[in-house]
Design a protein around this ligand. Structure first.
Ligand code: FES
Length: 214
């Protein structure tokens, strides 16, 4: 089982996979963390929203910038649709690093600070790549009173992760969710799309073992 949290170098490895999956960034051009994107592509620059009063330069692939802008356009570049834009963008890119947030802020005419605030407020959004098997623990009321906290602690212990982190091999990430609408099955956890019902701490190892060879 993985024993360290995601380091910068490990993050670069995970980024490699994520970028390769998108077919955009050759692995040889990746370094660490966000630098990986900077080394790969041309510079996209724009004038920040009026209230920011600064010129911001981004370094993302043109293709990725266009895709993010297209997602914003799907919602008429309406700032009121920020959460929907973030949701769809994360579905496509896997995570929402600072550079991506800046493109969204510009397109929706919002401040970068506002977008950052929303991304960091909701546990669903992530600024680092999620694992191949994202584990989500429901900590809604029904699950909580039936022991979700102990289940969460056991996942944290076995994966040696904190909530919001990803294992160094990029396999598992750990997050909490509010009620997923299956309170009768509490405590509930999800691994990707798969739902596990009435999970107890002593069942955590078996769940993780099922993904070891995948
Ligand atoms: S509180 Fe967990 S499913 Fe409702």
């Amino acid at each position: 089982m993985a024993t360290k949290i995601l380091t910068d170098k490990a993050a670069a490895e995970k980024l490699t996979d994520a970028e390769k999956a998108m077919g955009e960034v050759p692995k040889s051009e990746l370094t660490t963390g966000m630098q990986s994107m900077e080394k790969s592509t041309s510079i996209y620059s724009y004038a920040a929203p009026e209230k920011d009063k600064t010129k911001v330069k981004l370094k993302l692939s043109d293709e990725k910038v266009e895709r993010i802008k297209a997602i914003c356009a799907l919602f008429d570049n309406n700032g009121g649709e920020l959460i929907s834009v973030l949701h769809l963008t994360q579905n496509e890119l896997g995570y929402l690093p600072a550079e991506v947030q800046e493109v969204i802020a510009h397109s929706l005419k919002l401040s970068v600070a506002h977008v950052y605030g929303v991304v960091t407020f909701y546990s669903y959004f992530s600024m680092i790549p999620k694992g191949r098997f994202p584990i989500s623990i429901c900590t809604g009321t029904a699950c909580y009173v039936r022991g979700a906290e102990k289940v969460l602690e056991e996942f944290k212990r076995q994966l040696n992760l904190k909530v919001g982190e990803t294992t160094p091999d990029g396999k598992f990430s750990l997050n909490c969710l509010r009620c997923v609408g299956a309170c009768g099955l509490a405590p509930v956890i999800l691994v990707g799309e798969k739902v596990y019902a009435r999970v107890a701490p002593d069942g955590v190892k078996a769940i993780l073992d099922a993904y070891k060879e995948k």
